[in-house]
Design a protein around this ligand. Structure first.
Ligand code: MG
Length: 293
C-alpha cells in the first residue's frame, strides 16, 4: 500500500445544534406537515423509555406511522432541505476558510481543506440543503422507498456509531460498501487524525470528541449564545470543565472574526504549518548533495 502525501485537512461537523440552532426535522418536515415538535419528540421519548427503542429508530418509526408524513418521498425531504435555518455564517464560512490554506506560504504543499457532516438526522434533508455543495460527504440516517414513499430505515447513525464515520474520513473509505474495519497502516490513511477537527455541541458528540482527543485530533464544542435557558452553554461548560472532552468551547457563530472562526483558522494554520514542515523535512532527507567538482 502506498504512503499518502497527507496534505488534506478534514473538518467533521455534527448538524443539529452545531450548524443549526434547531433539529433539522423542525425546520422541514414539521413545518411542512403541521406537526407540533414537542408532541412529536415526546411520542419518540415514549418509544425509547417504554419499548427500549434507539433514538433514531424511534423518530423514523414515528415518521413512517404518522399520516401527515408517511406519504413523503426522499425527494420531498431533499426539497424541504432548502428551508433549513443555520447559525450565523453558515454555509459561507466553508469556502471562506479556504483563504487560510490558500496562503502563498503553503503554495508548495498542495493543501486541501475538506468538510464532512455526520448527523443522526436525515441525510436526504441535508443533501437538499445549501450546505451540500460545500461538503465532501454527508452521512446520516436514510429511509428506503416503496412506490415513492419512505418505507423502512435503510441506515441509522446513532451517536455512538458516529465514530465509525470519523474512521471513514481518516482512512478515506467514504463509500459505505467499503469495510471501515479493515486494517490500514497510518501512512496509508488519507487524513491522519492530527489533521482532523471535530465540531459538535454536546453529550451526543462525546464519543467523537473522545476519539479525536485520543488520536491527536482537535475537538471543539459550540453552544447557542441565544439560548436564554443557558442549557446549551452548560452542556459545553461541563464538557470542558468537568470531563476534559474538548480543546475549546465557543459560541456557534461561524462569521469572520468570531471566537469560533479565530479558533478554527488558528488551528487550520497550525496543521498547515506542520504539513509544510514535514514536507520540507522529507525533501531534505532524500536530497543527495551534488558531487564536488
Ligand atoms: Mg447535535
Amino acid at each position: 500500500m502506498i504512503a499518502r502525501p497527507h496534505n488534506i485537512i478534514g473538518i467533521v461537523y455534527d448538524y443539529d445544534h452545531t450548524l443549526s440552532p434547531h433539529y433539522m426535522q423542525e425546520d422541514t418536515i414539521f413545518r411542512h406537515c403541521g406537526i407540533d415538535a414537542a408532541e412529536f419528540w415526546s411520542s419518540c421519548t415514549a418509544l425509547i423509555k417504554e419499548k427500549g427503542y434507539e433514538q433514531e429508530l424511534a423518530y423514523m418509526k414515528r415518521l413512517l406511522e404518522d399520516e401527515r408524513t408517511r406519504h413523503l418521498s426522499n425527494a420531498d425531504l431533499a426539497r424541504m432541505g432548502s428551508d433549513l435555518v443555520f447559525f450565523p455564517g453558515v454555509p459561507e464560512f466553508f469556502s471562506e476558510l479556504e483563504t487560510v490554506v490558500r496562503n502563498p506560504r503553503y503554495a508548495e504543499c498542495d493543501l486541501h481543506l475538506e468538510h464532512y457532516v455526520v448527523s443522526s438526522g436525515l441525510k436526504a434533508i441535508l443533501e437538499g440543503s445549501r450546505i451540500a455543495s460545500y461538503v465532501k460527504a454527508i452521512f446520516g440516517c436514510e429511509f428506503d422507498e416503496d412506490h415513492a414513499r419512505i418505507s423502512f430505515p435503510k441506515r441509522t447513525i446513532s451517536h455512538t456509531q458516529k465514530t465509525q464515520f470519523l474512521f471513514r474520513v481518516n482512512k478515506g473509505l467514504l463509500r459505505l460498501d467499503q469495510d471501515v474495519n479493515d486494517h490500514m497502516p497510518e501512512e496509508a490513511r488519507r487524513i491522519p487524525f492530527r489533521h482532523m477537527i471535530y465540531v459538535g455541541d454536546g453529550p451526543t458528540d462525546v464519543p467523537c470528541f473522545t476519539l479525536m482527543k485520543k488520536h491527536g485530533g482537535f475537538a471543539i464544542a459550540v453552544y447557542n449564545p441565544q439560548d436564554a435557558t443557558r442549557r446549551s452553554f452548560e452542556k459545553c461548560y461541563a464538557l470542558a470543565r468537568h470531563a476534559d472532552r474538548v480543546h475549546f468551547i465557543a459560541p456557534a457563530d461561524y462569521r469572520a472574526g468570531s471566537h469560533l472562526r479565530l479558533i478554527l483558522e488558528r488551528h487550520i494554520t497550525e496543521i498547515a504549518d506542520e504539513i509544510l514542515e514535514r514536507q520540507r523535512q522529507s525533501l531534505e532527507a532524500v536530497r543527495v548533495p551534488a558531487p564536488l567538482p
